[in-house]
Design a binder for this molecule. Structure first.
Ligand code: G6P
Length: 479
């Protein structure tokens, strides 16, 4: 029996477009979800009848589910139909904190390095059982919401088992899976216990199509399937390099709230009075977590200030590092380390008139856009990243063009590599040199590169990224 809400297009992701927090007086406040996945999927229409299935992430969300029976008021989701699932807190903890963010995230971003090692003992097995339960809850909700022959687009490493489970429940559906992360090289992926590695791959291969942000990640996935399962079977593999949404960003970045932040930021940066030239800015904006390599970025900036004292008083590093996944000690420790290293630079190099690092940790989208507008240099140096939309957004928004220092391990490198200053993210010395080169790039070269970067960055805007996938999924099988 197909429910009365039956939809023809469905999307499933752990994090939805909205999340709720309790105010002091017990009221619920809705907040836009963060991260590349939500930005990309935001293209899913207001006004279409697509249903977006997501998890309740905390107590605020659970209360919202209780009040609405999981069907969130479209007035609070930008007009989208959202079905939020109430997952038991211990199941969510095992699936999201345990399997997804402590294990799969670390495998795909190559973050295990002695002494930070994976552990696959009984605690992990219990988390894995939670991961299965959590995936099953999504598969069942999707099976319940989907109309006959509907297209279902399942997102990311949280939901790797869903395509296989859903296929068993509803063979009539067209199922796609999209990975927003990198995919680990086969030797690294095989760190996972064999049975679990196979289950993850088979889960995704339950889809008609498995898609990735770059060819590199798609090939890595193929290699894992070849090694562990002998191939990808009937599942088609696709690549869709999510781009920045130029129209939205340019309009949003010139609203009054961003102008206000711009004035405040300029004040914080200082300099540029009658006697001094305006200070140059190196801008980074990240969720704070290990793959983003924020600490090494700060060390590279320190190296720049140490080796090239001519930059003292003349440059400011604006680092916005928004805490993420704080239930986990390893993410909390990293957040603390970022603050510690930034403060150290300020106390070692700062003067009465110059604060070399401006670190902000409170997520503020308008202030991020203000920093984008001011950027002379954008620093994007992840150890590994599925795409990194910030690398694509800053060149589009920057007021007077910016030079991009980009890790070759970010997915964005596949499209932006030619016009960025490319670095090995582990090499602090080379990153410091690239920062210097970026700061001294002549205006003409900078303008030309920014133009080409913006064009490449916006080649596949979110709306088209989404519709292309839908079209491919609906194409007759075998094409
Ligand atoms: C990455 C993942 C997304 C995730 C986002 C934010 O972009 O690919 O699936 O939503 O990070 O992380 P969080 O754990 O806060 O959802």
């Amino acid at each position: 029996m197909v429910s009365e809400h039956a939809a023809q297009v469905l999307v499933a992701s752990n994090r939805g477009p909205v999340s709720y927090t309790f105010g002091d007086d017990g009221t619920l406040t809705a907040k836009r979800g963060g991260g590349g996945l939500v930005s990309g999927l935001s293209a899913i229409g207001p006004g279409t009848d697509a249903v977006w299935v997501c998890a309740a992430l905390g107590d605020g969300d659970r209360e919202a589910v209780r009040r609405t029976d999981g069907r969130i008021d479209p007035a609070e989701t930008g007009g989208r139909r959202v079905r939020m699932l109430d997952i038991a807190p211990e199941v969510f903890a095992g699936a999201y904190n345990g399997v997804a963010n402590s294990t799969l995230w670390f495998v795909h971003h190559l973050l295990y390095q002695t002494p930070l090692e994976p552990s696959f003992g009984p605690e992990f097995r219990a988390q894995w059982a939670a991961y299965e339960t959590y995936n099953r809850a999504f598969a069942e909700a999707l099976a319940d919401e989907a109309g006959e022959g509907a297209a279902v687009l399942v997102q990311d490493y949280h939901l790797a088992l869903v395509p296989g489970m859903l296929r068993a429940l509803r063979p009539d559906l067209r199922i796609g899976h999209f990975s927003h992360t990198p995919w680990a090289p086969v030797d690294y992926f095989r760190m996972l216990p064999d049975d679990i590695a196979r289950q993850l791959l088979r889960g995704i291969l339950g889809a008609d199509r498995a898609a990735f942000l770059t060819h590199r990640w798609a090939e890595a996935f193929r290699a894992c399937c070849a090694s562990l399962l002998g191939g990808t079977g009937d599942t088609r593999i696709g690549v869709h390099g999510l781009g920045a949404d130029a129209d939205f960003l340019r309009e949003r970045a010139h609203r009054p709230d961003v102008d206000e932040r711009l004035v405040a930021l300029r004040k914080e940066i200082g300099g540029g009075d009658a006697d001094t030239a305006p200070r140059k800015t190196i801008v980074r904006v990240d969720r704070t977590e290990l793959s983003k390599n924020i600490v090494r970025g700060l060390h590279a900036y320190r190296r720049l200030l140490t080796d090239r004292p001519e930059w003292h008083e003349r440059v400011v590093h604006i680092a916005f590092a928004y805490p993420s996944r704080q239930d986990l000690a390893v993410y909390r420790d990293y957040t603390a380390e970022v603050s510690r290293v930034a403060q150290q630079i300020n106390s070692d190099f700062g003067t009465d008139t110059w604060r070399p690092v401006i670190l902000h940790v409170k997520d503020d989208f308008a202030r991020s856009l203000a920093a984008y507008r001011l950027a002379d240099v954008a620093l994007v140096n992840p150890i590994r990243d599925g795409m990194n939309l910030v690398a694509k957004e800053i060149p589009v928004v920057s007021d007077h063009g910016c030079a991009l220092v980009l890790s070759r391990e970010a997915g964005a490198y596949e499209e932006l590599g030619e016009d960025a200053l490319v670095v090995n993210p582990y090499d602090i010395t080379a990153t410091a040199s690239a920062l210097h080169e970026a700061l001294t790039m002549g205006p003409d070269e900078r303008a030309e590169r920014t133009k080409r970067l913006s064009a490449a960055a916006t080649a596949l805007p979110p709306q088209k990224w989404f519709l292309d996938q839908l079209e491919q999924l609906r194409a007759p099988r075998g094409e």
